[in-house]
Design a protein around this ligand. Structure first.
Ligand code: FEO
Length: 174
């Protein structure tokens, strides 16, 4: 059985994962309107991944006798300055998510909830991957700068990355 402290903290994380999904979905839709089909495919798939992160938490909370609450969400931004600005936002957002996961892990230790602590290790590893990917992408975009041809190839690479991430999701059972 979850303590109310752990249950509240997990529900807060549910909200953060849901808003991440919504945020990346808004980015995906914007990228699609800019003709950046690879970037948008990657972001749509990233939004789906965040939704999977949320559902995994909801089901865990319910399994442990709590109630995973589906949250109301704020409207995310509609337009973005550039592809680079999008990925810089993603990196900033993922660092925030990592910090929140770390806080959650800390709460489970203080509450001596080792089952939830164990469950959260999946999120700890996932955050290492997500942050690294966002950081590498920002670095690539810095190299490209204002080069339109570079952006074209970047978009093409993102199509391959979106397809690969879809395959990984399928393996994870997302
Ligand atoms: Fe679910 Fe990207 O954190």
């Amino acid at each position: 059985m979850l303590s109310s402290k752990v249950s509240q903290a997990l529900n807060k994380q549910i909200e953060l994962e849901a808003s991440s999904s919504q945020y990346y979905l808004a980015m995906a839709s914007w990228a699609e309107t800019q003709g950046l089909n690879g970037v948008s495919a990657f972001l749509y798939s990233h939004a789906d991944e965040e939704r999977m992160h949320m559902i995994k938490l909801v089901r865990f909370v319910n399994e442990r006798g709590g109630h995973g609450v589906v949250p109301a969400l704020k409207q995310p931004p509609v337009t973005f300055k550039s592809v680079k600005a999008v990925f810089e936002e993603i990196l900033k957002h993922e660092i925030k998510v990592t910090n929140e996961i770390n806080n959650l892990v800390d709460i489970t230790l203080k509450e001596k909830d080792y089952t939830t602590h164990n469950f959260l290790q999946w999120y700890v590893s996932e955050q290492i991957e997500e942050e690294a990917l966002a950081r590498q992408t920002v670095d690539k975009l810095k190299l490209i700068g204002d080069d339109k041809g570079g952006l074209y190839f970047f978009d093409r690479d993102m199509t391959a990355l979106a397809a690969a991430s879809g395959e990984v999701d399928a393996e994870k059972g997302a």
